[in-house]
Design a protein around this ligand. Structure first.
Ligand code: NAG
Length: 593
């Protein structure tokens, strides 16, 4: 980096103090590591109480423990007991990242270990938000190991339950469903009903009966936002039960049922449900044997609503020609769509090309995934049962399409006249480059609902300078009014998600560069600072509260926006080491130096 020294040393920092106070407050809430203690991936083999001594010591010494990561270790019954004892005092614990923590254990060891840990959480009076027990092969009986915990007040506040790949089976699914219902009943009686948002249980052989039991619980809960149940051997009765339950979970955003078996019946039921849902962003029915009829039903649901749809996966579903084209046509006005996967169906080369053309016509060619595994157009195939029905359906589709095409041709001139009559003066189109060159709130809005995707796409996020420049330009148009504010937030979210999500992005260099442009750090190179800090402060205030924002950056920023004397030490630390670790307990160490 260029040689940098802080402007505060010269005593010339002028900022809108209220905005800074706001940002400082948000940052204060963004605790370092979120109160998290992590033993993740340490391959600790904890059998005896002695083996667990170091872990226990760290737990005991960690004030305000909110998240405990134990994944990637192996904890035996005795060790679990003593760890549990230490947890009995941790009433602030909210997140248990306890996946893959019994590697190589006997199945019989897991329930008693889980029971000790669960009892400790109950005794502590913890109020969990997230419980992740994925990749622990505890089997059906293992669910008994955390059944009491699930039914206890410790889980009344649960928002995320993750049980991927645990071998629960039908039996485990039923116990789990009953526990969730009990939790909902008891928490409702206290006026705070369980409001589970995320449920994950892929690869568990839940089958129809397990899925149906869970569907009953989902129907009662009603607050789900994401359900991931891929690879569970569920057929149409289970899928239909889930579809019914989903229809009374109006907040659902993500439905991932990849690699189950819908067939037409299940697919049609699910399509009906999709018509009732408004928030859907991700539909993953890949490998689900939705078939042509199901695909058409789903296309219908997509066409009618689902304006927030981002991903539609109908790959490897035995979908044929016209049904696939119907799906493509249904996404015409889905401005949020990022991915359409129709790979592995029975289309044939010609139809694959047609798909591309249709999407190109919508200016959405980039959303279509690869079609490299297409099974080809099987004209003389042996699926006789399906054939009659399908032929009829295909004929109908063909007619519809022809009619559609005629209509379009004959209507085009009139349509243009109509639209001219109703629109006042057509403004010239805006592209990303124009907006970034001379940013204004109007231009950002005129980029349309895809502005966030477009800007993120067109910014080289491996270049820190470019990211900072783009971020500053976008935030410069910030206004505390609904459409502009939302557009700025969504656009910066997309940009920064992409940046922070990239392995090559240097977050420390990013923050330094940003602080320089904000005039909070001075660089030897002449750099133009932003004329007003208002927009960027408002934007940062939003950013630091998002999941994509690395918690480790909070203290660095914090050090520059708080007036606290102690934090000057942190600024020094940033300058000396390039990174800072703002931990109020450690501040004194630095100031003494
Ligand atoms: C869609 O599902 C298929 C089949 O399971 C999977 O291979 C593919 O990765 C998925 N596509 C996307 C875009 O997630």
């Amino acid at each position: 980096w260029p040689w940098i020294y802080p402007r505060w040393m010269m005593g010339h920092v002028k900022m809108a103090s209220e905005d800074i106070t706001k940002l400082a407050e948000s940052l204060a809430k963004t605790k370092v590591g979120g109160g998290q203690l992590s033993f993740k991936g340490q391959s600790l083999k904890l059998n005896t109480a002695e083996d667990a001594e170091e872990v226990i010591k760290q737990i005991e010494e960690f004030d305000g423990l909110e998240a405990l990561r134990l994944e990637g270790n192996t904890v035996g019954v005795e060790a679990a007991k003593v760890i549990a004892k230490a947890l009995e005092k941790k009433s602030e614990l909210k997140r248990c990242h306890w996946s893959d923590m019994f590697t190589g254990r006997l199945r019989s060891e897991i329930p008693p270990a889980l029971i000790s840990l669960g009892d400790a959480l109950i005794a502590a009076g913890a109020q969990l938000v997230e419980l992740d027990l994925s990749d622990n092969a505890f089997g059906p009986d293992g669910v008994r190991g955390f059944e009491a915990l699930l039914k206890s007040p410790a889980c009344y506040t649960l928002q995320e339950l993750k049980l991927n790949n645990c071998g629960m089976g039908i039996g485990g699914g039923k116990i789990l469903a009953a526990a969730l219902k009990e939790c909902h009943r008891k928490s409702s009686a206290q006026g705070k009903p369980l409001a589970l948002k995320i449920f994950v249980a892929g690869r568990n052989r839940l089958e129809n009966d397990g899925a149906t039991a869970l569907a009953e619980a989902f129907g009662i809960i009603g607050t789900l936002e994401e359900v991931h149940m891929p690879q569970n051997g569920i057929n149409h009765p289970g899928i239909t039960a889930l579809a019914q339950a989903f229809s009374i979970n109006p907040l659902l955003k993500v439905i991932n049922l990849n690699d189950n078996t819908f067939t037409e019946k299940g697919a049609v039921a699910m399509a009906e449900t999709l018509k009732a849902l408004r928030q859907i962003e991700v539909i993953n029915f890949g490998d689900c044997l939705v078939r042509s009829k199901g695909a058409v039903a789903i296309a219908d649901a997509v066409k009618e609503g689902l304006h927030k749809l981002k991903e539609l996966n109908l790959s490897f579903c035995e979908i044929k020609r016209d049904a696939a084209l119907t799906v493509a046509e249904a996404i015409e006005d889905k401005t949020e769509l990022e991915k359409l996967d129709l790979n592995g169906n029975c289309l044939g080369e010609e139809v694959c090309e047609q798909l591309h053309e249709i999407l190109e016509g919508f200016n959405m060619a980039s959303v279509l995934g690869s079609l490299s595994d297409d099974e080809g157009d099987e004209d003389d195939d042996d699926e006789e049962e399906e054939d009659d029905e399908e032929e009829e359906e295909e004929e109908e589709q063909q007619q519809l399409k022809e009619r559609g095409a005629e209509e379009q041709e004959s209507l085009t001139p009139k349509k243009i006249i109509d639209s001219q009559a109703s629109t006042p003066v057509p403004s010239p189109p805006v592209d990303v480059a124009t907006f970034l060159a001379f940013p204004s709130p109007e231009k950002l809005l005129r980029l349309g609902p895809k502005c966030s995707v477009l800007i993120a796409q067109q910014t080289d996020t491996s270049d820190v300078e470019k990211v900072v420049a783009t971020l500053l330009r976008i935030s410069s148009v910030f206004k505390d009014e609904a459409p502009v504010k939302t557009a700025v937030h969504e656009t910066t979210d997309a940009l920064m998600k992409k940046a922070f999500g990239s392995a090559t992005f240097n977050s420390d260099a990013f923050i330094t560069n940003l602080l320089v442009h904000m005039g909070l750090l001075k660089s030897e190179e002449k750099i133009k600072t932003v004329p007003s800090l208002y927009g960027i402060l408002m934007t940062l205030n939003h950013m630091v509260q998002q999941d994509y924002f690395p918690k480790s950056l909070a203290p660095v920023l914090s050090a520059f926006v708080t007036n606290d004397e102690n934090c000057k030490a942190q600024r020094w630390n940033l300058l000396l080491n390039g990174t800072s670790y703002c931990d109020s307990n450690k501040v004194s160490d630095f100031s003494e130096n």
